[in-house]
Design a protein around this ligand. Sequence first.
Ligand code: ZN
Length: 251
Amino acid sequence: MQLSELSWPAVHKLPPDTPVVLPIAALEQHGPHLPLYTDSFLVGEVARRANEELGELVLFAPVMWLGNSHHHLDFAGTMTAAPGAYLEMLRTMVDCVLAHGFKRIVLLNGHGGNSVPGQQVLYEVRQAHRERKDLLLLLANYWALGSDPSPSIPGLKHKIEHACQWETSMMLWLRPDLVGDFRAVEKAEWGNPFQPASRAWTMPDVSPQGHVGDPALATPEIGEALFRVFAADVVAFLRRVTGWDGRSWNG
Ligand SMILES: [Zn+2]
């Protein structure tokens, strides 16, 4: 079900155990060849497919396109919430869902920069309702819910990066009209910035063109295969959420 298409009495009548999915993404630069809305397009397509499969079992909110993207601000067009405002916005969205009586909330994330603030918000909301045992507050990155798809998709590099082969392939399948000359974009590597520590960064520290990975290797066939894998992973994950007994730690 799509929250945007229901009336308030229809939402009011839903069982409170219905999982509510809040897809969160970004409007940020994606290299010289992809549109700024890439992360929102991609998580939106994964959510659309999952919604088709799950029907009445799960309620999907519209994609929240404003993300935590300060590290991309050197590139024209990027829009971001201030980091503190982003925390506050996500917290308010989660609080709204709780106020309407729902107990199972999934932040379905489509942008790496949202992971840390999303987890922080869910941590804080859980502590604010610490007496409750019936809350299930989850953040899931759509690309990291299953096993590595690279061995099963011919020609696929081993991991997702930024405006890389994976994202470019999915955009080639979804909106080829918006993809620029990806074959001319040279490979850019993440490197080893003092790993395994986590180094603070801005995108120009890593890549002056704004991408990490090898977009020239993208194909629409890889994109369609990735969407199938990711949508199936999200469906399987949301079935775990619907199947939760409402009390247990494990699920
Ligand atoms: Zn992206």
